[in-house]
Design a protein around this ligand. Structure first.
Ligand code: PLP
Length: 305
């Protein structure tokens, strides 16, 4: 497994020449982390890398994690477990819909993940000591990965994105952009950025933006953020919410770039970015890199309609 991760090539840094209908004088690139692995793609690959190595190092053979019925993280942990020889347990928010379960959960089961459904209230109280005890009692020893996959080891993985970009460009980018959910990807970019790069996060949850960076640095002790940064709202009505206008805007970005996005994370970031660029948000001549964090397993069929 060490060799496998160690040998993984850099993901592509794809230039997007002339992506806007009007002239905008920036150099825009996509960091194609969605291409890192066919099943464990995007930021999931980055976040799981050091967690899986740690699980292996400490002799754990079962991974346990948390997520919703559409979770990219559940999908990726199930696939990573199958690929690297771990048993996996998914603690899922909400009830078991049996035959009518989501494609994400059906895939996770196919990969061998054991799904355990808990109520939304219990899910919210997942750090509760008695609940923890019941999980140990029920499942025995396991290596736990938090919901969304963000912890200090995940940030060590996402901190590898920007050094790769810098090497590929021959210098640090002026701006690096990513979607923000739990903040693990933005934290890695920030932890590895020099003051030459400004980190722009696009928050896909309502109410996340203003104090997100402060919360991240207090949640992840030992992580210091020196680079300038900004978290912008890109929730378009709320987490995973869409409108026909948003779907059309994502389709327009896809048509102009020839790249596929999802409607929960990367599509929202790209639409917000494509809105900002012609308004002069980035100074002329700036090099701007947007990280494609994957998530295509959850892509809505509406985008292909
Ligand atoms: C495809 C995709 N992009 C971006 C994010 C947001 O990343 P983070 O939770 O590290 O902020 C997620 C969720 O974790 C995701 O699944």
């Amino acid at each position: 497994m060490e060799r496998f991760f160690g040998e993984a090539p850099f993901s592509r840094l794809q230039p997007l020449p002339d992506p806007f209908p009007e002239p905008v004088y920036i150099r825009l690139f996509l960091k194609r982390d969605d291409e890192l692995h066919p099943l464990v793609s995007g930021n999931k690959w980055r976040k799981l890398k050091y967690n899986l190595l740690e699980a292996r190092r400490t002799g754990q053979d079962t991974l346990l994690t948390f997520g919703g019925a559409f979770s990219n993280h559940i999908y990726a942990v199930a696939a990573a477990g199958r690929t690297f020889g771990f048993s996996t347990i998914g603690i899922i928010r909400g009830e078991d819909y049996g035959e009518r379960e989501t494609p994400t959960l059906a895939f996770a089961r196919e990969q061998g993940m054991h799904l355990h459904f808990i109520s939304r209230t219990q899910f919210r109280n997942q750090t509760d000591a008695a609940f923890r005890q019941s999980l140990r009692h029920r499942f025995g020893p396991f290596y736990e990965i938090p919901e969304g996959g963000t912890n200090a080891l995940a940030v060590r993985g996402t901190a590898e994105i920007l050094p790769e970009i810098t090497q590929q460009l021959g210098r640090p980018p002026d701006f690096v952009c990513c979607p923000v959910g739990t903040g693990g990807t933005a934290a890695g970019l920030l932890a590895s950025a020099t003051t030459e790069t400004r980190v722009i996060g696009f928050a896909v949850l309502k109410g996340l933006a203003p104090d997100c960076i402060e919360r991240l640095s207090s949640d992840l002790p030992g992580t210091s953020f020196k680079a300038p940064s900004q978290i912008l709202d890109a929730h378009f009505g709320g987490y995973a919410k869409t409108t026909p206008a948003l779907i059309q805007a994502i389709r327009d970005v896809e048509a102009r770039t020839g790249v596929r996005f999802d409607q929960v994370y990367t599509g929202k970031m790209m639409v917000a970015l494509f809105d900002l660029c012609p308004k002069g948000f980035f100074p002329a001549g700036a090099t701007v890199v947007a990280v494609h964090t994957g998530g295509l397993q959850g892509r809505s069929p509406e985008l292909d309609a």
